[in-house]
Design a protein around this ligand. Structure first.
Ligand SMILES: [Cu+2]
Length: 348
């Protein structure tokens, strides 16, 4: 192939691969995504083959067999980076103060991505440089102290650099601000319930022993702090904008995990323990609550909603909610009425 023809073909295929990547990243349906991806990979493959041929020619080399392994390694390295950059899958816009979590994940992507590319390119180089040549014999050197020391130090430094920022974030994650309001999330196969402090601003104590038909969350009926607690069962949890909350978590049956992707926080809920996380909602909206712990056959359906409101809307919602005392009284009343009804029906 002549030089100019090679340049033209290379340019066209380069453009085609970019176009394919763009199509894949913006694809509205599955078929266009796969077409885009195949065009992208085919383009990359042709371009690298052309580069290889050009190198061979300039060195006066005509290989009996093209060294596809090296090209594939380079293609995988570049394709992975390009796909990551143009990926149609990315995290949902953040809705809390935990930008640190995103920064830490980005740093991890950056470091592991760089190491991934370096290793693949090094492998490609070795495949070409040390491929079999007639008359050459490989040297046998099973141990090299120098190399081992270099690799150990490098790996240690890189892993420490990757993990250290996470420790700083974790330190903040376990220290909620003093002004944070305590609320409670209760996980149960397979739904979410919530408890908010009433007018006294305090949650009452709770215990699994108190769980019953009138009291599904096990709130201590003898604790005066618990009487005005707001109980949300089966509905959405509302939170006020820009106010820090400490979310206490209990599970009634098995392991669950309270996860709102937009909040970037997640914590396991362990039966018999109260775990917690804290956050400050940073934008209004309705967000999905997921259970991030495989907790039984309907685990995937264990969904809920968190609504972040402006102050006024939040207070209006709060006004409509029932307190523990109100709910317990209503439950007692309905039991008494159904009991008298049954007795009435039993009499001839
Ligand atoms: Cu669950």
């Amino acid at each position: 192939m002549s030089k100019s023809a090679r340049w033209n073909l290379g340019g066209c295929m380069g453009l085609a691969s970019l176009l394919g990547l763009f199509l894949a990243s913006r694809a509205g349906s599955g078929i266009f995504y796969w077409i885009g991806l195949i065009v992208f990979l085919a383009g990359i493959l042709v371009v690298f083959n052309l580069i290889r041929a050009a190198f061979d020619e300039s060195e006066g080399l005509v290989r009996e067999r093209p060294n596809y392994v090296a090209h594939m390694l380079i293609g995988v390295a570049l394709g992975t980076v390009a796909f990551h950059i143009f990926s149609p899958w990315w995290w949902a816009p953040i809705a809390s103060n935990w930008q640190y979590i995103d920064d830490t994940i980005n740093l991890t992507f950056l470091l592991t991505g760089a190491v991934f590319v370096i290793i693949l390119l090094f492998m490609a180089y070795c495949v070409v440089r040390y491929s079999h040549k007639k008359g050459n014999r490989a040297e046998y050197e099973p141990e090299s102290k120098k190399l081992e020391v270099i690799l150990t130090v490098l790996t240690t430094v890189a892993v420490a650099a990757m993990l250290a920022p996470g420790l700083f974030v974790w330190n903040q994650f376990v220290e909620p601000p003093a002004e944070a309001t305590e609320i409670e999330v209760i996980g149960q196969q397979w739904n979410w319930s919530y408890r908010l402090p009433g007018e006294d601003g305090q949650l009452g104590t709770s215990n699994i022993k108190h769980i019953g038909p009138d009291n599904p969350l096990g709130i201590n009926p003898d604790d005066p702090n618990g009487q005005d607690d707001i109980v949300v069962q089966g509905g959405a949890l509302h939170l006020p904008l820009d106010k820090p909350v400490k979310v206490l978590m209990r599970s009634i049956d098995v392991l669950h995990s309270f996860y709102v992707p937009e909040f970037r926080t997640k914590m396991d809920m362990v039966p018999g323990m109260v775990t917690f996380l804290w956050l400050t909602p940073s934008r209004t909206g309705t967000f999905q609550v997921l259970c991030a712990e495989l907790c039984g056959v309907a685990h995937a359906l264990m969904r809920g909603e968190v609504v972040v409101d402006e102050e006024a809307e939040y207070l209006a919602w709060l006004q409509e909610q029932k307190t523990f005392a109100q709910l317990a009284a209503a439950a007692r009343e309905s039991r008494v009425s159904s009991l008298t009804q049954n007795q009435g029906e039993a009499k001839p």
